[in-house]
Design a protein around this ligand. Structure first.
Ligand code: WTA
Length: 664
């Protein structure tokens, strides 16, 4: 093994007292706090002003006027001392296929080469580039090359359908696409290029599609539009151009767009900018996971989601860490796949989702015990509330009771973790995300926007004296809707192309607060516990899916009159999707099958949004003004049919009986 020269993290919090001091400073002097952290990064030019903000418009600007390129922080600055440190270790879907390692030097070279490819194909600063790929190293290279060339990347998860891609391409007006011929996922092969071809029927403005070879499945290449990644790289090699001078970006220039579901039918493009995103992901990575040089960090997310952006790529790479990228799925070829990878690479930090933990629990301990898991130091979870049983199983059977479990709460909009314990530094409490990161000011409010007494971290403290003796204890202090009072460098700046939508979605529910859409509790010790979404967004296996999106998709089927979609508790997925569907002639033989509905949803959104349960009904419970009473449907889906609350305001209360009796 080569020698690893420690990169130091001056902002790494090492003790509980240091956490308290950092929190205090971040509240009293946020600008001083974040500018000290920012000083540890490489800027071509320092900022004119640390922070300019109001939540009314909203306007959020961090480090405006500063010049940088995030890839100089993720790559160039590690070359002097850590050129030979592995940056990315890649494990194939197929355990028999040889793994790949890219050192910082190699990754730098490949990113520069591909940045030239982008340039040769016409991409310039500010262009939107859509990336639709499987989890191969070229995905990381593509993302970083966009950032290096100043292009705005918009990664679309490989499970989305042609229609979803077309919607996103149109919204972002993306003229460039990077994709693969296909992708491997477990025993399946997904034909990515074919899906892109279908999407592009609706997107004539797309100028270039760059295609990487992975599965060797036959694809059709359109002359003048479609080019092979490998051919383009060869051209760059013959040009002999190795380095690519990184484009100079303002701290507030856009780095990427990532689409996510909201309460309406149309996904919104969350926008993150270069400077604040970099600082926030690096700061949280180093502190939450307590990364040490030489550690191997394994985040099991897909780069198509924010977790992959922030904690496979930007966070670890800006910290000079070694990040492990896995192409496959946890249950193939068997349910010991994660444990096999931990053992094979001596993984130090494992970061995964409660849904994966719950599904692996079901396979028993036989698949765990054959693997040596002693390299593990820290376990993390993200994406949805973790139930106590799963938390304990993870802690005892994977961490052998020795590894702190960090329950990290955050969102696509927040760029990085906002509430979490810091591994081994601040106390854990099962099912609680616990304490806010320094710089984060959570507060719980009631429906009218009134602060729930004792829940405002900045005012009431992150920790009360009662707690020091029993830090993980603490009875309930209050419950409410989770909001954040003050900006942090990683918060979203806008929703692409529609700033008003950003304001309406996040900043208009409660005055002067960012509203997260989550319900939350706080205990007397200051620990926060996220209870789940309070809007019409479902969290299925850690994936955010808007009920309105699924309804729109179902309604696309010609045979459907109307539909209503709600969530219900699901043992493995956290939430399942329950669809109530009206079709024209209930008394005749149904002209519609459940499969018709499922296929429609797959085609319009993608397989991740397929309903778990579909019930055909003759009507939906509506108020006299025509509003669907989702509360009632939710209760029925949850199996709580005895206590449906007041149904007298319904237009036709008898429909409720019918739905109850037909429940599946
Ligand atoms: C939920 C994923 C409980 C929450 C990073 C949030 C969580 C949504 C947790 C964001 C957690 C995420 N405990 N709930 N530790 N982490 N969530 O945008 O409802 O895909 O609003 O970001 O996931 O999902 P997103």
């Amino acid at each position: 093994m080569h020698q690893i020269i420690a990169m130091s993290y001056p902002f790494q919090i090492k003790s509980f007292d240091q956490y308290l001091a950092a929190y205090k400073k971040s509240v009293e002097d946020p600008e001083g706090f974040w500018s000290e952290i920012a000083a540890d990064f490489f800027w071509r030019k320092k900022w004119d002003k640390v922070l300019e903000w109001n939540f009314k418009e909203p306007k959020i600007e961090w480090f405006k006027g500063a010049k940088l390129n995030i890839t100089e922080n993720c790559l160039d600055r590690h070359l002097e001392k850590n050129a030979n440190t592995p940056a990315i270790i890649w494990e194939s879907n197929d355990p028999e296929e040889h793994h790949r390692v890219l050192t910082y030097r190699e990754l730098y070279n490949k990113v520069c080469q591909f940045a030239h490819v982008l340039k040769n194909n016409g991409v310039v600063k500010g262009d939107r580039v859509c990336i639709y790929m499987g989890m191969i190293p070229e995905l990381a290279i593509a993302v970083l090359a966009c950032a290096r060339a100043g292009a705005i990347h918009s990664v679309v998860f490989g499970g989305f359908s042609a229609q979803s891609i077309a919607d996103r391409l149109q919204d972002a007006k993306a003229e460039y696409i990077i994709t693969c011929d296909g992708a491997f996922r477990g025993n399946k092969e997904i034909q990515l290029k074919n899906v892109i071809d279908d999407a592009l029927v609706q997107c004539p403005f797309v100028k270039k599609v760059i295609v990487v070879t992975r599965t060797r499945t036959p694809v059709s290449m359109i002359k003048g539009r479609d080019v092979w990644w490998e051919d383009e790289i060869k051209k760059v090699e013959t040009q002999g151009s190795n380095d690519f001078k990184a484009e100079e970006m303002d701290a507030e220039d856009m780095l990427f767009i990532l689409y996510t579901s909201g309460s309406t039918g149309k996904p919104k493009g969350v926008v993150h900018t270069c400077g604040g995103y970099m600082i926030y992901t690096a700061y949280t990575f180093v502190n939450v996971f307590q990364y040490q040089p030489g550690d191997i960090h394994f985040c099991t997310a897909d780069i198509g989601w924010i977790t992959g952006h922030s904690y496979i790529l930007y966070g670890p790479l800006s910290a000079g860490a070694t990040t492990l990228m896995f192409e496959g799925i946890p249950t193939w070829p068997d349910a010991g796949r994660f444990w096999n990878i931990v053992d094979k690479y001596k993984v130090s930090i494992l970061y995964t989702a409660p849904t994966a933990i719950r599904s692996l629990m079901g396979f028993g301990l036989d698949v765990v015990k054959d693997h040596d898991l002693r390299s593990l130091k820290v376990l993390g979870t993200v994406g949805e509330p973790i139930n106590e049983e799963a938390w304990n199983w993870y802690h005892e059977n994977i961490g052998k009771g020795q590894c702190p479990v960090v329950d990290t709460w955050w969102q696509t909009e927040t760029a990085g973790v906002l509430i979490s314990n810091l591994a081994g530094v601040t106390p854990a409490k099962p099912t609680y995300a616990t304490l806010p990161m320094p710089g984060i000011q959570p507060v719980l409010v009631d429906e009218n926007g009134k602060t729930v007494p004792g829940t405002d971290a900045a005012r009431d403290g992150v920790y009360t004296s009662e707690s020091i003796s029993s830090p993980a204890g603490g009875s309930l202090e209050g419950a409410g809707n989770l909001c954040i009072k003050f900006p942090w460098p990683g918060m979203l700046r806008t929703t692409y192309g529609d700033h008003e939508r950003c304001r309406l979605n996040y900043f208009s529910t409660y005055e002067n607060l960012y509203f997260t859409g989550d319900g939350c509790l706080r205990d007397k010790n200051g620990n926060y516990r996220i209870t789940g979404r309070v809007d019409d967004v479902l969290n299925v296996s850690g994936h955010r899916i808007g009920t309105a999106e699924v309804e729109n998709a179902i309604n696309m089927h010609a045979g459907v009159v109307e539909s209503a979609v709600v969530g219900y508790p699901h043992d493995i997925k956290g939430q399942g999707i329950y669809a109530f569907v009206i079709y024209p002639s209930l008394h005749n033989e149904p002209s519609l099958s459940r499969q018709d509905i499922t296929l429609t949803v797959s085609r319009i959104i993608g397989p991740i949004a397929k309903p778990d349960k579909i019930q055909f009904v003759s009507g939906l419970p509506k108020t006299r003004s025509g509003k669907i009473m989702r509360r009632i449907l939710r209760k029925i889906a949850e199996g709580e049919t005895d206590n449906l609350g007041d149904v007298t305001t319904l237009l036709d209360p008898s429909v409720v009986e019918e739905i109850k009796n037909g429940k599946i």
